[in-house]
Design a protein around this ligand. Structure first.
Ligand SMILES: NC(=O)CC[C@H](N)C(=O)O
Length: 362
């Protein structure tokens, strides 16, 4: 079925529909990874976004049972050059198009994704509408320009109920702002006893679990839209070791007095070089974010810049001067992407060991 993508700048891309036939509007973003479409589409950080993948052939290894980052994908849509119709992989249980249909995610294929990506790089992230050929383009552009982005993504993707993933090591509370499974997987593989709490859990609720550390997850949207999380973190910093990833990093930074802003077109892909300020070590990292902590705003806070992006100098990591709290903008859990930075989870465990609290548990 013919479908098209209308952008707020008036550009129109005509292609073929795949997946759900539902219409959708969202921010169009691009990811430059060559693989990992299953993890990307199931990562809650992409909630509502129309994701275009710059790699031209997508779906060639199908969909498997192991690589979901959440079981309830919330990505707004997928935009690609070519959808493989005959996937081949020993783990494959179906095609990408079937899965998109099953999860009600609309897609568009057969468009020039390089042209679209260049457009976003020049204009900045654009809103788009994925719809049928009949839709009036001028009217759609007017509507897109007046579109008000929703600001409740974190509350939509976060768990509604607390749950427990048992282990016999350090007790970690994972704040679920839209967490990828990869974070829990990494904590469990280090023996951690993980309690996952909803995004709006209070500091009192967190501390009642008597944790050795608190992990702040990734998640969708603008960090300024989650003031309740910032308030909780203000009370937690200094009480218990904290490690934040991506949205978790941004929220920790806001809680410590820094500010954030939106990047022109974000960082999404598997080859973003990040330099550790102290040692000069460069990790190739997995990234997926549209906002950044303002580097200048760190001055006057108790946060120290620990990591910078080699491409554009933006903040990639901070640590607290006084308290056991650190965070990174990128994804040490990878999935998709390289795992150069996976040792940050070990660093978190070491931090919890160092700050061993007086045992109150029996
Ligand atoms: N992956 C994430 O946690 C993304 C954080 C935030 N939603 C951003 O786009 O900057």
């Amino acid at each position: 079925m013919k479908r098209k993508l209308i952008l707020e700048n008036g550009a129109v891309f005509h292609g073929e529909g795949i997946g759900s036939e539902r219409e959708t509007v969202g921010e169009v973003v691009f990811n430059t990874g060559m693989t990992g479409y299953q993890e990307i589409l199931s990562d809650p950080s992409y909630c509502d976004q129309l994701v275009t993948l710059t790699y031209p052939l997508i779906g060639n290894y199908g969909i498997n049972r192991d690589d979901f980052e959440t079981m309830h994908p919330s990505a707004g849509g997928l935009i690609i050059k070519e959808a493989a119709s005959h996937p081949s992989n020993f783990r494959s249980i179906g095609t990408l198009s079937e899965w998109l249909k099953e999860k009600d995610i609309p897609g568009l294929c057969g468009i020039d994704t390089r042209r679209l990506t260049k457009m976003i790089r020049t204009a900045g992230t654009l809103r788009g509408r994925l719809c049928t050929e009949e839709v009036d383009e001028e009217e759609a552009v007017r509507e897109l320009q007046q579109w008000i982005d929703s600001r409740d993504q974190v509350s939509r993707v976060s768990t509604k109920n607390a749950y427990h993933a048992p282990g016999n090591g350090k007790r970690v509370v994972l704040m679920d702002y839209g967490a990828k499974h990869g974070i829990t997987r990494n904590l469990l593989s280090r023996g951690c006893d993980v309690f996952v709490l909803p995004y709006n859990a209070t500091a009192k609720e967190v501390l009642a679990l008597n944790p050795d550390g608190v992990m702040l997850s990734n998640g969708p949207g603008d960090p300024e839209d989650v003031p309740e999380a910032v308030k909780t973190l203000r009370s937690l910093v200094g009480e218990v070791p904290v490690f934040g990833i991506c949205l978790g990093h941004q929220l920790l930074s806001l809680a410590c007095g820094a500010t954030s802003s939106k990047l022109k077109f974000g960082h999404r892909g598997g080859n973003h070089p990040v330099k550790q300020v102290k040692t000069g070590r460069v990790d190739i990292t997995s990234q997926n974010h549209g906002y950044t902590v303002d580097r200048d705003s760190l001055m006057g806070t108790d946060l120290v810049l620990t990591h910078v992006n080699v491409n554009d100098g933006t903040v990639e990591g901070v640590e607290h001067r006084e308290y056991p709290a650190f965070s990174v903008q990128y994804h040490p859990e990878a999935c998709p992407g390289p795992s150069d930075a996976n040792d940050l989870f070990d660093q978190f465990v070491r931090l919890m060991n160092r700050y061993e609290k007086v045992p109150t548990r029996i």
